[in-house]
Design a protein around this ligand. Sequence first.
Ligand code: KG4
Ligand code: ZN
Length: 365
Amino acid sequence: MTHSLTFLGLESSCDDTAAALVRIGADGAPEILSSVVHDQALLHAAYGGVVPEIAARAHAEKLDACVHEAMARADLGVRDVTAVAVTAGPGLIGGVIAGVMCAKGIAAGAGLDLVGVNHLAGHALTPRLTDGAAYPYLMLLVSGGHCQFLIVRGPDAFSRLGGTIDDAPGEAFDKVARLLGLAQPGGPAVEAEAARGDPARLRLPRPLLDKPGCDMSFSGLKTALLRARDRIVAEKSGLTQQDRADLCAGFQAAVCDVLAEKTRRALALYLAEAPASPLIAVAGGVAANAPIRAALRGVAEAAGARFLAPPLALCTDNAAMIAYAGAELHGMGRRDNMSLAARPRWPLDRSGPGLLGGGRKGAKA
Ligand code: KG4
Ligand code: ZN
């Protein structure tokens, strides 16, 4: 590349409306010029989950403002942009359509290239945006909507080693918080309670650890927690603060153990293929959990692999990752046109079977 290229990214597949500008320098190094994220938490708070219709309308209303804000923060105009990269799936279809329509309008109006990006590829390529990670590396995507192990070989080359067959772990954290009367999103609240609790008092199951492979299951854990809660309530006619903390600690320890063991297995598969300078990276909101992060780091170090957790703002949904993934695809010659379609499901690994889990935040590919 002889000169720099600038990419506008748009993200609207779930409950965050986001726009960002990423520049790829003449030397190929990426730089985030601006990244704007408007979350819709308040709009959905009363419903205990994301309402697709409300999300889609809010994206359609907010996208323009997000793009203007991203442009203003970067002090750029549309003529400075090379291409528009947009999440074209997987996700809640109304929101994805809103993003794709907006991107088509900008690309057609300003005569820019258009690149449709898989949202999961955005997450999976983040270690290259933040740390210049070299292919191939192992990725664990672990959030409220996703949970899967991927070997990332290129911007459009992924092998899925396994994933959840039902809930994503963040979803389980959120449900546990609801069962115990804690605030949403549940992850940080459960983590804080767990820090004061005894993980050994109420031993919950470790689903699928008795089965070979890297698939995971988290929905049974939440049911086991409900039973443990109800047993205590029946005995004592209520929950003390200590009971609540012990339940959280027991649940978090089970998630930690499952993720750690499955990561050990995924690492073994990856190491067999790429033993030189191995790297495992995590992304997604659950990667913010300190004990889970520490457990994964421990597994990586024991296997002689480097561990990478991008900053939280780039682990959770954002448009900088979409702009960057679009830049890599654009560099490979990928161009979309006005027939670009929004896809509710879009598996990254086209050779593997689709995941079964539905998920609070829409279909997991
Ligand atoms: O990646 P993210 O912002 O959105 C998507 O799901 O795509 O992840 C949000 C999820 C929520 O379910 C939230 O409860 C969980 O990540 N989370 C955590 C923590 N912080 C956020 N889970 C466990 N521990 C945390 N500290
Ligand atoms: Zn996501």
